[in-house]
Ligand binder design. Sequence first.
Ligand code: FAD
Length: 514
Amino acid sequence: GFDVLILGAGSAGSVLAARLSENPALRVGLVEAGAMPDDPDIAVPQKWPALQGRAFDWAYATLPQPGTAGRIHPWPRGRVVGGSSCLHAMAHVRGHPDDFEAWAAATGTRRWSYDGLLPAFRRSESFSSGANAPPGGAGPLHGGEGPLPVYLPDAELSPVVRAYMEAGLALGVPHLGDHNGRSLKGVAANSLTIRDGRRVSAADAWLVPALDRPNLTLITGATVERLELEGSRVTGATLARDGRTEPVFADTVLICAGAVASPLLLMRSGIGAPAVLAKAGVACRLASPDVGENLHDHLLAAGNLYRARRPVPPSRLQHSESLMYLDAADPTRGEGAPDVVLACVAAPAVSECFSAPPPGEAYTVLCGVTHPTSRGRLAITGPDAADPPLIDPAYLTTEHDRRSFVRALQRAREIGHHAALAPWRAEELLPGPAAVTEAELAAFIARAAITHHHPVGTCRMGADPGAVVDADLRLNGLDNAYVVDASVVPAITSGPVHAAVLAIAETFAADFTA
Ligand code: FAD
């Protein structure tokens, strides 16, 4: 048996395995359904969209979404050592300090506030030493010695993306510099988890350098079927490997299977809403009605598409090179958390509902809502890991989200039509000049929206008895089981969530070993 058993070697699991095994007295086991990454395309930043659907993608799909014209949304998730950090788009955005106030309020502790997390953010990263880095690279807000390189590009930026950034500045959007300070609204190139032109996954950064420690055991190709419970304790888990099942035992279990798989694993283990479990044929061991609830995600409208008047050079980074966070009502305002986001892609980007010119002949301004209020749920359909889940993010089911999205699209078009982009713009293709009224824009958004790949919230942390985990991330109702991954996020941050997931894991590890 292990002292600590970590289930899932994704972003959070990689951090935890490395940090906890720094203590040689702790025997740490790490279980992963996938294998070590062996596809060379994973490391190539430009290829991230092409990785979806390969053997190391769980390739989930949502239920048809009434809010998005009845469409089914593919949800890629990494099934590989490194998890979704092997598939993701490498943008590193902590979030706005106000985002974490919601976490602090939910849990009643400052540990989950921005300042509470700041040591973990700094510990996780080695901030860029490139031309755009703050003097000395690291500083009070940026780490200089953490495992994860955070690179702020300059010379490699696409000329189209530069023109979009200039359009923002010309409209009075503040100059931001980078996305990982205390302000988030403004114009900045994306900070990227790239070193020497190659993706650095959470496994590359944390786990791989720790794999030769004698007290750390990585078990790959093993799917966790369920947790084994005895009274209020978890004794271990049942793994399925090479067509057989085998038990694994531990004193403490950390569930790190991600925002989709962690609640499913709990439900298969009999932990969840009694009615959901009964429907799936699973005996209830611990009633925890909010397991799988509070599912939410960012959407992006793909997109406000322009035909280019001259060839658009391919991105030398990861296509979407500059997220621009804004106050939709007043884009010149720098204070506070944003409510919408834009992004310029140096390529045609559209949903499956539309066609686009070939690469090199078009570019796109994406847009989205930073703090959606729509909340959905997910559920198991049967007792086995192979039973397909029901995933319902309830996209665009609130008036707030639909209305904010229209504002975001209006801002996207304002930037897209700005004189600073005139050297690149031939004509707007989507939604096209005929789309003018709010109803027309809303109808376009419903068909254009795609996931920004940030599902969170399905094992939310909180001080209330209904929360799935408490402020220490301990599963309510069990003594020695914790959830540590994107599922504990009670309310989504303004931007991509990876940096926050890493900080959750760093914070948990520091507290656990203290
Ligand atoms: P994961 O990293 O998904 O790890 C879960 C692990 O558990 C996986 O390795 C999985 O195989 C394993 N697992 C699951 N079930 C089982 C089981 N039953 N048995 C054994 N193992 C199991 N975020 C950003 O900040 N910036 C971005 O640019 C960005 N772009 C994205 C693009 C894409 C296509 C995707 C998919 C995500 C993107 N994200 C981005 C989101 C970010 O990658 C995730 O939020 C983050 O990686 C989640 O970490 P996690 O530890 O919660 O889960």
